[in-house]
Ligand binder design. Structure first.
Ligand code: ADP
Ligand code: MG
Length: 408
């Protein structure tokens, strides 16, 4: 792997590090600084070599669409990278960390050129530039001309060929300048690599969460690699309906029924055999556990109810697969874990996975990682990926992502 350990003579060099500081915000407050913490090994290594660091990342989404200037200003204010600055400064005590409110042009160049060895410049949200997500070549050139070296350490954005993840290294490479992967990228590629290769068996995947359609490609790919795929979350109800079980008010994707049926016919899909159902998600007044075993002609969901978690029998069923696995990939909470009433399934899955000490266990999914953290299991997994979409795409594409491939 082409990592920063291969870079030499970094003293005085201007190094653009594409980090993933796309942190969850509550107003102006950073709710979870994990992504900043995960970038520190690379940042500290480069600083210790006397480099001058320019850190760039996107933060949230800016909806450009047909909105007027005022609306865009609001979007920008919501996703202001300056909110991350004090967090970064706290973690880099003793280092001068500056902020550039400008995202391109002469003003940005001036900030970069003012840096001294061992100093850091955090640049405003890359998505303040409309050309970022379009990989605009002029924008990539503008960013590339400020620096001598490019380091990719934003795993969470590595599945996107944007100006800051793809355009810049492309320009620098063409000029014969060095590009490399940071330590976080190295760790992600190595650990997720086990799930990509899938040569350890039994290999069990737990796929859940909201939508089948989000995860179609990864299901396809995992059907080729895994021994069993345990399905939970709202996704399960699309499978139920496809197999003829009444689903009442459950979230179902009707355009995915044929696909779900086809997947089920592989014989590798394990569906929950009971479900926790309620009359409403927001104001549940009646919560019941119902049998929903499609193999035994389960009765399905009573009228007026919707499924919100897997039931206790499903937990036992899933535990059996999890216990004997040697490799486990988990994406998607099996219930609405954000609500106490519907968190038991997800909690039990976390517990079961982390109790299997013989398995290599990986979480690839933003909400699943948040759930594991909330329930106190996050540090018991072999690897918790910092990228949800990126980890799924990496499995789908047999280890290839634009942001990795361009570094070479
Ligand atoms: P990840 O981010 O780990 O990939 P997803 O984004 O696919 O996971 O799904 C997470 C969401 O799925 C959570 O907000 C959770 O509340 C929701 N969810 C899980 N089970 C259900 C269900 N039965 N009904 C509705 N929503 C569900
Ligand atoms: Mg999610």
């Amino acid at each position: 792997m082409n990592t920063i350990d291969n870079l030499t003579n970094l003293k005085g060099k201007k190094v653009l590090v594409r980090v993933d500081f796309n942190v969850p915000l509550k107003g102006s407050e950073v709710r979870d600084d994990n992504r900043v913490v995960q970038a520190l090994p690379t940042i500290k290594k480069l600083l210790s070599e006397g480099a001058r660091l320019v850190l760039m990342s996107h933060l949230g989404k800016i909806k450009w669409g047909k909105v007027d200037d005022e609306e865009i200003a609001k979007e920008k204010a919501k996703n202001n990278m300056e909110y991350v600055l004090p967090v970064l400064q706290k973690h880099l005590e003793g280092v001068n960390v500056y902020f550039s409110p400008e995202t391109s042009g002469e003003a940005l160049a001036e900030h970069v050129n003012a840096l001294k060895d061992g100093e850091v410049l955090l640049v405003q949200n890359t998505r303040y530039e409309k050309g970022e997500s379009k990989n605009n070549p002029d924008l990539a050139k503008d960013w590339a001309k400020n620096v001598d070296v490019f380091v990719m350490d934003a795993f969470g954005s590595a599945h996107r060929a944007h100006a800051s993840t793809y355009g810049v290294p492309e320009v620098l490479k063409a000029e014969g300048k060095p590009v490399a992967l940071g330590y976080l990228m190295e760790k992600e590629v190595k650990n997720l690599g086990a799930c990509v290769k899938g040569d350890t068996h039994p290999y069990v995947a737990i796929l859940a969460g909201l939508k089948v359609s989000d995860k179609i490609k990864v299901i396809d790919s995992l059907l080729n690699k895994c021994d069993h795929i345990l399905i939970g979350g709202a996704m399960a109800y699309t499978f139920y309906k496809a197999l003829g079980l009444p689903t009442a008010n459950c979230i179902v994707e009707d355009d995915q029924l044929d696909y779900a049926k086809k997947c089920y016919e592989s014989g590798k899909i394990v569906l929950p055999c009971d479900s926790v159902a309620a009359d409403s998600l927001d104001n549940p007044t009646k919560i019941v556990t119902i049998p929903s075993d499609v193999t035994k002609g389960g009765e399905g969901f009573p009228e007026g109810t919707l499924g919100l978690d897997i039931g206790p029998e499903s937990v036992k069923l899933f535990e059996n697969y999890i216990k004997s696995a040697k490799l486990i990939f988990w994406n998607g909470p099996v219930g609405v874990f954000e609500k106490d009433e519907f968190a038991a399934g997800t909690k039990a899955i976390c517990k079961a996975i982390t109790e299997n000490k013989d398995a290599f266990t990986v979480i690839g999914g933003g909400d699943s990682a948040a759930a594991a953290k909330q329930f106190g299991y996050a540090d018991k997994f072999s690897h918790v990926s910092t990228g949800g979409g990126a980890s799924l795409e990496m499995i789908e594409n047999d280890g290839h992502l634009p942001g990795i491939d361009i570094i070479g």
